[in-house]
Design a protein around this ligand. Structure first.
Ligand code: B12
Length: 254
């Protein structure tokens, strides 16, 4: 058969089939200006393509600083695709979400914050970088299969617009098999109470990054206490490992 027919049977564009011939992936004989493909060779390639692709190899990151420099460079110039591919590779390589957050994203965001604070980065550049990180995190938010440990609510208190740390907390919790209702930022205390009751949540996690929101956080905590709702708060520099330790202790009934 000719290459056009072979491409049809493979379900690919003619140009793709031609590329495969050039790469030696599809054996073809050139007769004059046309290519002839043997039926057996075509079937062989169709079978090869129908096999499931092997699972991605597990990855161990040896040099987090190099990863940080690479991501920072992508973020500083707004290279969203490269940043997302970098983060996705780590996720595909089964690098723990906590490590991606604490060894890569947090240090890079801290550097971006420092550059903003000392005037070497504009607000626009900072916003662009954090928005890319926010979108990259979406792919880390999935839960593995297995019996859930319980239900958790994650939010920031009124006055705290820093959604990224709360998103990271959610990613860590979900990866740890907690059903996690991610409410984003600035949730009023009584609404937190209501949703905690509605979802029969075991715990509320408050993420407080803006120091000016600390008083509001205390007020939210007091309200949750009044309704006997368990809660735990963490701020800038708090570790996700400590968060998981607190919630996992709850699952064990400590
Ligand atoms: C991005 C950013 C913003 C973005 C947020 C966008 C978004 N979608 O999140 C925007 C532009 C909205 C913003 C606004 C402001 N920001 Co800002 N921001 C940042 C920046 C660069 C990154 C924040 C971040 O995500 N950090 C990385 C996090 C993930 O690191 P982390 O704190 O270690 O987080 C861990 C813990 O939180 C833990 N965790 C989460 N939940 C829980 C729960 C528990 C129980 C535990 C144990 C752990 C835990 O998990 C995280 C991952 O490891 C920081 C820089 C920095 N150093 O962080 C400044 C920074 C936090 N911002 C700062 C400031 C000043 C502001 C503004 C006041 C600026 C202004 N004048 O308007 C406003 C405040 C707005 C408000 N009302 O909240 C300052 C705060 C200074 C201070 N005194 O501490 C910082 C430090 C910048 C700086 N170097 O000066 N900001």
């Amino acid at each position: 058969m000719d290459l056009k027919e072979a491409a049809n049977q493979l379900g690919v564009h003619y140009q793709t089939a031609y590329q495969w011939v050039r790469e030696g992936r599809l054996h073809a004989e050139k007769i004059g200006s046309t290519y002839r493909i043997d039926e057996g060779d075509l079937q062989h390639l169709i079978e090869e393509r129908s096999k499931p692709s092997p699972p991605p190899k597990e990855m161990r990151v040896r040099d987090w600083v190099a990863q940080q420099e690479k991501l920072l460079n992508h973020l500083l110039v707004g290279e969203e695709l490269l940043a997302r591919v970098q983060i996705q590779r780590l996720a595909d390589g089964k690098v723990p979400v906590i490590d991606v957050c604490e060894n890569l994203l947090s240090p890079v965001l801290t550097e971006i914050g420092d550059r903003w604070a000392n005037g070497t980065l504009t607000i626009a550049e900072e916003h662009r970088a954090s928005a890319i990180v926010e979108r990259s995190l979406a792919n880390l938010m999935l839960s593995p299969s297995g019996r859930p440990k319980g239900v958790v609510i994650v939010a920031t208190p009124p006055g705290d617009e820093h959604s990224l740390p709360a998103t990271m907390a959610t990613a860590a919790l979900r990866n740890n098999r907690w059903i996690t209702h991610h409410l984003g930022t600035q949730v009023p205390a009584l609404d937190l109470v209501k949703i905690s009751k509605d979802t029969e949540a075991d715990l509320v996690v408050l993420t407080v990054t803006n120091p000016d929101a600390r008083q509001a956080a205390v007020e939210v905590e007091e309200t949750l206490d009044n309704y006997n709702i368990a809660h735990v708060s963490g701020g800038m520099g708090s570790k996700l490992r400590d968060l998981l330790e607190s919630v996992n202790a709850l699952a064990k009934g400590d």
